[in-house]
Write a protein that binds this ligand. Structure first.
Ligand code: ATP
Ligand code: MG
Length: 563
């Protein structure tokens, strides 16, 4: 298993502090956590925070972390989602070992716990409709009213619950509710629903059950059955903790996990809700759950994010009690930091402009030596073919260039990185006046890119030799939404804020020859242009397609520190 990269010199967050104290006091000797996704969609970056926390804590304290599917809503769940979630957790570098669990495996036990509550007079079958239940529940300022079915006998409740279970009652005709307190200040405690009837096929239990337990009843008991010590969840469950504790206390279970809430992760310019991400997929606003613009784990993976960069990001943002909005650039910087260290440098020309070096002998070819990583010589070097015809970026030529434009213009000299100094003599235009080719001369004495007389050439540009360049499609991504908080507008849906320019496709890019052999797991820095990796469409479409993972920061300064 890959080590979560948690910086050890950081002060403990409040959850790690609680665990440290529990171990010190002897309350626990072995820590057990769980990550409990509902298999109703693919995991997103918010889940990564919870995964890194739960699996990270287990690892750091030599405990164990369970992967438990909270699969109690058969209509929305599927084994496709189960498999996708397992793949994503594994890819992030975590391992649940033998501890793969499903709430559906506990259906029989949960049913028996429900019978116990009924027998204790702590649960009853209620025939109010869901609207009526809501109406009877009261508000924050007004107490609720008791259901007319609240005081039935234990025997009657047992009979009715049994009828619910054996399929004698129609969907929606009744529910099982906990009998707690309709005047409780915490609305969650006003006789919450524990079971409902659903004639739905379950992806694991099939048609064995037609009653399904609710989240609040299922979760605490599943935690208890698995011997979870610390049940870490997000802040929106704070009010549910009272019910979590009530169920376990009332049933006098042998073990009582501690629920602890932490702030969920929100990132600007995106949404982290499976339901809303599903809407983007279903409405074809994106190409699928793994669209590289989606902040799903599968989208980030396809985009080229590394597992380490996501773990580092989660470590950077930390764990707290207050909800906050994290800037997207924090995530982008995490992947930049990782790729900057490890990604080999290559040349890729995004929007090619042909260059002919008129004084370079026709038919001649040579090779120049290029560093794979200027800061890390251990990554070695490679040979790049060089010849009379090259491609450079269209953006590296300007006709009426200002003085400070240190790239090509008529009469100006530039360095072709690792190769030669060239001077632009002439720009050839097509019928529309568009520059389609440059005629340049090179200084044969400048091999390697150094001026023989020490004359100053400030600009350095990348290039590829035309005879050996490999054509590729490049996909450049921008944020999926145009506003910081796409979900924050009361009148308009997040769908109204989709960025129409979130994907730009370059069809005619030219790359250095080695990239024809790029592997799916490799990531490269295209010098001056950003980090790129192959897209999974490459295999199916039979051509090279690269995703830009993220652009560079200060790229121009890095190559030209003096500017
Ligand atoms: P969604 O609204 O996207 O469906 P969810 O909370 O319903 O999210 P679950 O599958 O129930 O999704 O979540 C599994 C675990 O991941 C839960 O413990 C939940 O608290 C946690 N989680 C979900 N979203 C976030 C988030 N944005 N930040 C941190 N943890 C999260
Ligand atoms: Mg949920």
């Amino acid at each position: 298993m890959t080590q979560p990269d948690v910086a050890s010199d950081k002060p403990l967050d409040f959850i790690r502090q609680i665990i440290t104290d529990d171990l010190a006091s002897g309350k626990h000797s072995h820590i057990v956590t769980r990550f409990p996704p509902e298999p109703n969609g693919y995991l997103h970056i918010g889940h990564a925070k919870s995964i890194c926390l739960n699996f990270g804590v287990a690892k750091e304290f030599a405990g164990q972390c369970h992967l438990r599917f909270d699969d109690t809503n058969p209509d929305k769940e599927s084994s496709e989602y189960v498999e996708a979630i397992k793949r994503d957790v594994r890819w992030l570098g975590f391992d649940w070992g033998k501890n793969l669990h499903f709430a559906s495996d506990y259906f029989q036990q949960l049913y028996e716990f429900a019978l116990s509550l009924i027998t204790m007079g702590k649960a009853y079958v209620c025939h109010l409709s869901s609207d009526e239940i809501r109406e009877y529940r009261g508000t924050l300022t007004e107490p609720g009213r008791e259901s007319p079915y609240r005081n039935r006998s234990v025997e009657e409740n047992l009979t009715l619950f049994n009828e619910m279970k054996s399929g004698k009652l129609p969907e929606g005709s009744c529910v099982l509710r906990a009998k707690i307190d309709m005047a409780a200040a915490n609305i969650v405690m006003r006789d919450p629903v524990l079971y409902r009837i659903l004639y739905s096929h379950h992806h694991r239990s099939g048609d064995s059950w037609c009653i399904y337990p609710m989240y609040d009843f299922t979760h605490c008991l599943s935690d208890m059955l698995e011997g979870i010590t610390h049940s870490l969840c997000t802040l929106e469950f704070e009010n549910n903790r009272a019910l979590y504790d009530w169920v376990l206390e009332t049933l006098k279970t042998p073990c009582h996990p501690q629920q602890i809430e932490f702030a969920r992760l929100n990132i600007n310019y995106t949404i982290t809700s499976k339901r809303k991400l599903l809407q983007l997929v279903e409405d074809n606003k994106v190409s699928g759950w793994d669209d590289p613009r989606m902040l799903t784990i599968s989208g980030l993976r396809r985009r080229g994010y590394t597992p380490a960069s996501i773990r580092n990001f989660c470590a950077t943002i930390g764990i707290g009690k207050r909800d906050s909005l994290i800037d997207m650039t924090v995530l982008e910087n995490a992947v930049r930091d990782d790729l900057n260290q490890h990604a080999p440098r290559v040349f890729g020309v995004l929007e090619p402009l042909k260059v002919v070096i008129t004084n370079y002998p026709e038919g001649k070819e040579e090779e120049v030596i290029a560093q794979n990583h200027p800061q890390d010589p251990s990554l070695g070097e490679r040979r790049l073919p060089f010849g009379r015809e090259l491609y450079i970026e269209q953006a590296d030529f300007m006709e009426d260039a200002p003085k400070k434009f240190f790239r090509l213009s008529i009469g100006r000299e530039v360095r072709l990185r690792y190769a030669y100094l060239i001077t632009c003599q002439e720009a050839i235009k097509d019928a529309n006046g568009r520059v389609v080719e440059l005629r340049c001369t090179y200084d044969p004495a400048s091999r390697g890119g150094n001026a023989p007389d020490g004359r100053k050439v400030r600009g350095t540009i990348h290039w590829v030799a035309a005879a050996h360049a490999v054509p590729a499609e490049l996909r450049l991504y921008d944020r999926l939404f145009t506003v910081e908080d796409p979900d924050g507008d009361k009148e308009r849906s997040f769908m109204d804020f989709l960025n129409p320019n979130s994907l730009a496709v370059l069809h005619d890019s030219m790359l250095e020859p080695g990239l024809a052999q790029a592997g799916m797991d490799e990531r490269f820095q295209f010098e001056r242009q950003g980090y790129f990796c192959l897209d999974s469409d490459s295999a199916t479409k039979g051509k090279l397609i690269f995703n830009r993972i993220v652009s560079l920061r200060d790229s121009w300064e890095k190559i030209n520190p003096q500017q």
